[in-house]
Design a binder for this molecule. Structure first.
Ligand code: PEP
Length: 257
């Protein structure tokens, strides 16, 4: 099995509040300490980044759910990557499907966000994935490749050294419908093939490619058994201590294999 440290992200989206978030973060920190083989990162809403960072106590990282493509200035409502870093973030999600499809974010914009994330010293977690229509019409793999090329072509291999790619089929996010481990592994091979083509085989082998889309305590182990799947990006199940703990444990067990 490839020696990539498993990565588990908990995307809280626009959920929880200060107290409930801090309570959940404390239990996630305990789980991350118990199952130390996986790298864990929690993505809370912006206002709670500092309180969650402190509740995690260094056992897990905190990350932003998005960042601006701009460095600073007159951009009302936006948050700069450097500000995320300044309040303790280690990572940032870029191109989550709820932003690509809900807010019309496109690859050229996401490529600039990637640039800002790297300049700020954050781990960029770049999300890609096809819609149901694209999968049903046999275009899933083309979509993944097009999104990766659109976001990465302007960037050097060196600058992308800490990249994490999250394969998240849109039809599986928040729907309770999970890609089969075979389909997910197949998509992850497309990610790796594209990275090898854009950069190099050794780079492609070094990048963590994680799966997102209704990961839960029951299916995590099956998914993470696959050589191709280096962990998960988790939405709904990251809001429940028992579920998320089981997912962290499954990722950590992968590291021991
Ligand atoms: C996500 O938000 O990235 C996600 C995968 O959500 P869920 O696990 O709820 O499908």
């Amino acid at each position: 099995m490839a020696k990539r440290v498993p990565f588990v992200g908990g995307n809280w989206k626009m959920n929880l509040a200060r107290a409930s978030g801090a309570e959940l973060a404390a239990s996630i920190a305990a789980a991350a300490r118990r199952h130390a083989g996986a790298e864990v990162c929690v993505f809370p809403p912006f206002p709670y980044l500092e309180v969650i960072h402190s509740a995690l106590g260094g056992a897990a990282a905190v990350g932003g759910q998005d960042c601006s493509d701009q460095k600073s200035g007159a951009f009302t409502g936006q948050v700069a990557a450097s500000m995320l870093k300044d309040v303790g973030c280690g990572a940032v999600l870029i191109g989550h499907s709820e932003r690509r499809h809900g807010l019309g974010e496109h690859d050229a914009l996401l490529s600039e966000k990637l640039r800002r994330a790297v300049e700020a010293g954050l781990v960029p977690v770049l999300c890609v994935g096809e819609t149901l229509g694209e999968r049903e019409s046999g275009r899933a793999h083309d979509t993944i490749e097009t999104q990766l090329r659109g976001c990465l072509t302007a960037h050097s291999e060196d600058s992308m050294a800490r990249l994490v790619v999250a394969y998240e089929p849109v039809w599986a996010i928040g729907t309770g419908r999970t890609a089969t481990p075979d389909d997910a592994a197949d998509a992850h091979r497309t990610v790796r093939r594209t990275l090898a083509d854009l950069y190099s085989a050794s780079f492609s082998e070094s990048v963590r490619v994680i799966y997102g889309g209704s990961v839960n305590a029951k299916n995590a182990d099956d998914l993470f058994q696959r050589e191709e799947i280096d962990g998960g990006l988790v939405g709904g199940a990251s809001l429940k201590t028992d579920e998320f703990t089981a997912i962290i444990a499954a990722a950590s067990a992968r590291a021991a294999r």
